[in-house]
Design a protein around this ligand. Structure first.
Ligand SMILES: C[S@@+](CC[C@H](N)C(=O)[O-])C[C@H]1O[C@@H](n2cnc3c(N)ncnc32)[C@H](O)[C@@H]1O
Length: 288
């Protein structure tokens, strides 16, 4: 694993680190830059401007350059036609991966984000980066958006999914996608933040055998559908705006799907060690 370059370190995260007006400040920062017109149709330059804000002004909860490279390498290898990201924030991952998807010959990148103010920021920066033809930003809770995209036929299969939203929802949303047959052999998952802050229920699920998954659905310890192994801080991350989380604990997914999963170590843009879990669906077990 390459070393973290301290010169690229984002500002300190601090107690309040998002949804305090900094996302609007980012847009102003970019649009006030004298070279903003040079950024038009240049995903690379828009990403550099977002990084510059987060390094010199205020921390942003982006995937960042180091973990981002794990996913862009994966996109080049898998060559997905359709990619879905859960959690768009200000559009950093969406611009980085949407550009990589286009270069790999892909057709559609859905970015699912429920905060309307963040949706505005993503849309504005995606437009500036010249990616509006390939990236569709969908406003709403990820589970509702997945159901809606599936029901309208806009989303029929997920080739690659980037999970980076409410940590306890990684597993419930994956199970929803499995139940809708959006995940099949050949589908690949890239899950961020599996070390910081961590996601034991998700890692357990994607690393389990078919038999273990069948058993686990009967044993899970949850409150409002949220696994009790999550830290309080993680459970309550979006409490102020969204109220108490309630996840659908009835979801069983499709335990017959066979996954191969591995951890790829890297760093948060703050320099803190983290990792991305890369999971490939490699088959379907026989019923019984
Ligand atoms: C860590 S940030 C995403 C960062 C982004 N992927 C990047 O690397 O540039 C998480 C985002 O997920 C959004 N989010 C959290 N729970 C969500 C849900 N259930 N549905 C849709 N968006 C959600 C939050 O509003 C926040 O913008």
């Amino acid at each position: 694993m390459a070393e973290f370059d301290p010169q690229k370190k984002y500002q300190e995260q601090q107690e309040i680190f998002f949804d305090d007006g900094r996302e609007r400040e980012l847009l102003q920062f970019i649009h006030n830059k004298p070279d903003v017109e040079d950024m038009r149709n240049s995903p690379h330059k828009v990403l550099a401007a977002i990084d510059q804000f987060a390094r010199t002004q205020k921390y942003l909860m982006n995937v960042g350059e180091d973990k981002g490279r794990i996913v862009t390498d994966l996109i080049a290898e898998v060559k997905p036609q359709v990619m879905v990201e859960l959690g768009g924030y200000v559009g950093y991952s969406c611009i980085l991966f949407g550009d990589a998807l286009r270069k790999a010959g892909g057709k559609r990148y859905f970015s699912l984000e429920r905060n309307p103010e963040f949706v505005n920021v993503i849309s504005s920066l995606v437009d500036l980066a010249g990616l509006s033809d390939i990236v569709k930003v969908i406003e709403g809770s990820s589970d509702a958006s997945i159901k809606e995209l599936h029901a309208t036929g806009a989303l029929q299969h997920i080739d690659l999914m980037f999970l980076d939203h409410y940590k306890p929802a990684y597993t419930t949303d994956l199970k929803l996608c499995e139940e809708l047959n959006l995940i099949t052999p050949g589908s690949v998952l890239a899950a961020d933040n599996v070390i910081k802050p961590g996601n034991p229920p998700y890692l357990e699920y994607v690393r389990s055998s078919v038999e273990e998954k069948k058993q686990a659905t009967q044993n899970a310890q949850t409150v409002n559908g949220v696994d009790t192994r999550f830290a309080d801080r993680t459970v309550k991350q979006y409490l102020r705006r969204e109220g108490e989380a309630k996840l659908d604990e009835t979801r069983v997914g499709n335990p017959l799907l066979i996954y191969e999963s591995k951890l790829v170590h890297s760093f948060e843009p703050s320099g803190v060690p983290d990792a991305v879990e890369i999971t490939k669906c490699v088959g379907v077990a026989e019923e019984g």
